[in-house]
Design a protein around this ligand. Structure first.
Ligand SMILES: Cc1ncc(COP(=O)(O)O)c(C=O)c1O
Length: 464
């Protein structure tokens, strides 16, 4: 397994200039057209990659080529079962290589990042203290027991993040186990977190660290070894492999020592009745310990296929091309005084293609609905499963009502209760971000062409 560059390394403008002409990677749905409420059709601009990215064509082709050979994994004697088992286990090796795992690390296949972090929460030692920034996605904020978790205040610089963590770890009981859970790239601001520095701080204080790479892995190489994190979690559906699998990879000891995440077949090596009527179980100590039940071989294979496709495309050029898209969006939004981009670490922070913003005088749900209905652009509005962070960035009150407000524009200067998020990646053509920037400018200048109303908590065109 080869060494990888630091995931958090910023790219240069020179890189991005070179990449302007690189082609986006082919993804499914790139020719799909959608109707506009104002009449006619346009190709759909999928700009919600941070939620779920479209499947890479290569992933789809690999899955389709394998599908006729699909068979049960691990327990079948037939040829296709053996072939599927090989493919499943080979996928583990591919993912370990993609993440630049250490000797002895385990790759456990899960359903998603949420599932991976819940699995880890279940295997940490009972007396483990957990440290999480309040800025995390709910998948990182919530799996821990109330009694064990310390929530750290939002830092306003990467250096402050490290200082905050160091202070919290210095105050902890130094004898028990501890775990830090941190995101690699924010699903709200797209900003990269100082993972390597946080890992060094954690280790200096005898703590371990898990990297939530849900938003990082699709955009940057992630090296467990270089970043020196103990575990990493990510989801297939954000990595262009939307077939229901995810990954938790890292140190084997806590995984091996804990009870299985799910009890059942596949996790158990042998099960025998006892004389007293109960059963004795010997659990596997490999990754299978936490993979009870029939595995999702298609989901796992699709992740391995995506890992190979991204590696072969080359992260240098993917990162540089994305830098160009980010620059286009940020420069376009900067020309609209009514737009405020949400940021924790400031304009110069290195970031991935995830940008959240509010528009003065607009309700965010209304704005997102108009982008969809009038321009065929799919973005997201709300609090993005990171309520504390978005509320901090908006300066809004936690007691404020839900995710979707009324469709009427908020008064200019009035605080928004939710935000709009545009996100993109390896499959995004320039035209999509250019259309987005043009649409934002037009909507702010001319207003929406259509009327909107709230239906089931969502803002929708009023076809009344
Ligand atoms: C940073 C981050 N972590 C975790 C998750 C949870 O991922 P999943 O929904 O695939 O479990 C997300 C999803 O948006 C995310 O953005």
């Amino acid at each position: 397994m080869s060494a990888r560059p630091n995931a958090a390394a910023a790219t240069t403008t020179a890189d991005s200039a070179d990449a302007c002409c690189a082609e986006p990677l082919p993804v499914l749905g790139r020719d799909v057209t959608v109707p506009l409420v104002t009449g006619g059709e346009v190709t759909y601009a999928a700009l919600d990659y941070a939620a779920s990215a479209p499947a890479l064509q290569r992933v789809w082709d690999d899955v389709a080529a394998y599908a006729p050979y699909y068979g049960s994994v691990h327990r079948g004697a037939g040829y296709l079962s053996q072939l599927s088992t090989d493919l499943f286990e080979q996928s583990r090796v591919t993912v370990a290589e993609f993440l630049d795992c250490r000797e002895g690390d385990q790759v456990v296949f899960t359903r998603s990042t949420t599932d991976s972090l819940n699995l880890l929460a279940q295997v940490v030692p009972a007396d483990c203290q957990v440290f999480v920034f309040e800025t995390e996605h709910h998948a990182s904020l919530l799996p821990w027991r109330d009694t064990q978790v310390t929530y750290l205040n939002a830092p306003r610089t990467p250096a402050q993040a490290v200082e905050t963590l160091e202070r919290a770890l210095a105050d902890r009981d130094p004898h028990g186990p501890a775990l830090v859970c941190v995101t690699g790239a924010s699903n709200v601001t797209g900003e990269l977190w100082p993972v390597r520095e946080l890992a060094a701080a954690a280790h200096a204080h005898g703590a371990r660290i898990v990297l939530d790479a849900a938003q990082l892995a699709p955009h940057h190489p992630v090296s467990v070894r270089e970043l020196d994190v103990d575990w990493v979690a990510f989801s297939g559906h954000k990595l262009y492999a939307p077939f229901g699998s995810g990954v938790l990879a890292g140190r084997a000891d806590w995984l091996q020592a804990a009870e299985p995440y799910l009890a059942g077949g596949g996790a158990s090596r042998t099960v025998a009745r006892r004389a007293d009527g109960g059963v004795d179980v010997e659990w596997h100590t490999t990754a299978a310990r936490h993979e009870a039940g029939s595995p999702n071989v298609i989901g796992v294979y699709s992740i391995a296929s995506a890992c190979k496709a991204l590696t072969e495309a080359g992260f240098d050029s993917l990162v540089a091309r994305e830098r160009h898209l980010i620059d286009t969006v940020r420069a376009g939004l900067a020309e609209v005084p009514e737009v405020r981009v949400l940021s924790l670490f400031g304009d110069d922070a290195p970031r991935v293609g995830v940008i959240s913003f509010v528009v003065d005088g607009w309700n965010s749900s209304h704005f997102a609905a108009a982008l969809s209905a009038e321009y065929g652009i799919g973005v997201r509005d709300g609090l993005f499963c990171a309520h504390p962070l978005v509320r901090t960035l908006l300066g809004s009150d936690p007691q404020d009502p839900g995710e979707c407000g009324a469709p009427e524009p908020a008064a200019p200067g009035e605080r928004s209760l939710n935000a709009i998020r545009v996100s993109f990646g390896a499959g995004t053509p320039d035209e999509h971000v250019e259309r987005f920037v043009g649409a934002v400018k037009e909507l702010v200048r001319d207003g929406a062409q259509w009327k909107y109303r709230t239906e089931d908590g969502r803002c929708v065109p009023d076809r009344g």
